[in-house]
Design a protein around this ligand. Sequence first.
Ligand code: SAH
Ligand code: SF4
Ligand code: F3S
Length: 481
Amino acid sequence: MNTNLEKIDTTAQAPVTEPERQYYFMARAREHVKALEERLGRKPLCCVTTFGCQMNARDSEKLAGILKAAGYEMTQEENADFVIFNTCTVRDNANQRVYGRLGVLNGYKKKNPGMKIALCGCMMQEPSVIEKLKKSYGFVDLIFGTHNIYKFAELLTASFEREGMIIDIWKDTDRIVEDLPVERKYSFKSGINIMFGCNNFCSYCIVPYVRGRERSRNPEDIIREIEGLVSDGVTEVMLLGQNVNSYGKNLENPVTFAQLLTQVEKIEGLQRIRFMTSHPKDLSPELIQVMKESKKICRHLHLPLQSGSTRILKAMNRRYTKEQYLELALRIKREIPDISITTDIIVGFPGETFEDVEETIDVIRKVKFDNAFTFIYSKRTGTPAASMENQVPESQVKEAFDRVLKAVQDTAKEQAGRFQGQIMEVLVEERNENDPRLLTGRLSNNMLVHFPEDISLIGKLVRVSLDVCHGFYYTGRMVEE
Ligand code: SAH
Ligand code: SF4
Ligand code: F3S
């Protein structure tokens, strides 16, 4: 962060331009937090909890950056002075978790009446959620949505200066505000938004309704951000978007995703590049070529299938057939043999039959996914699939889910061991959770390796011999160059 908050005159009018306006409010929030610190006789604590995807996790780092600039100290404990839940609404169980945890927060707030509770993220873009919160969760102090998250400093200040529940939700936005502070979770790796929103309207999915239309960031802003991260110690970046393959199409000077990757590759000091998520319908031959030739792009592609039945894919509005998906996945494997392909699958979409599920299993067996996230279809109000008449009964979904899961586990197990005995590079991420003598590193293909070594290696790239495969991870030992 380049702006010195101490130099901002908080008695003056707030600037109208961004991000200057938000820096002004950070300075103002800081005064309130300082007063709170004097009252409490200790540093006020804040906690940011993420419920959603990588994009939500990145948003949480932005929230944390602002809270830190305002003078809070971060904690993982939800019994803090300021707690914010960054919510997800992609499936109903994500929503239920938020309501459950809010009940717990209410208990904390009764013991610490000065505590502030804030909610933001995708779930807040749903009017029915806001109604419910207004009615039954009056103890929440601040609610905002996905489109105005850049205004968090301003809203935080308002929560100190105004009484009652503050609600600020926008329907949509076309703006992107650059250059706000970020507090990263890891020192050596970072997510980077390259685009926001989604235009695909898969018929089951709520994301386009809660994240708005697709907007790409300018390549210069992305490159500048990554260069800044690299000079701050980052060696691996993950480029984030709901459909990175359509990056840049609506920019004033259109740029393809493959071209963006080529530019990112040139950044000196950057070692690894990942990206998420690729929609199969937009994955270009140019991208496969760039991946193939790249020294930095990781050998991992997350390519959501959703269903292997062409009939269901059509009803899902995915705009590819079973055959097109198979052809694409197998071509990528042919061109880049050491690549790991992972996927997302939905089971129980309206109208799905036993035979449709067999088609999905057929694709799993033919592609041999290295891993797959299997989800039970969740009805999202307002999406076209929610009003389809042929919803599948729960018992049938359960049976199909178990069959799909078994197929996924079989191929994943078969795939996992294929690098046993090889020496590969890993990025050391952390001390092993279960065994403190071990470090955990990540292979280019996203698999984890545990090996004994010193924690001073965290954040470094080292070479490890993959001695034993244990299903989804390896154990091994570091080898010198
Ligand atoms: N943009 C990404 C996916 C984002 S949501 C893409 O298109 O691949 C992550 C995953 O959640 C999806 O891939 C899908 O498998 C799952 N999902 C989305 N909506 C769902 C719903 N209504 N029920 C169950 N799973 C859902
Ligand atoms: Fe949802 Fe489809 Fe967009 Fe992915 S591409 S976010 S599944 S609408
Ligand atoms: Fe969830 Fe929003 Fe991500 S709905 S999956 S947090 S974009």
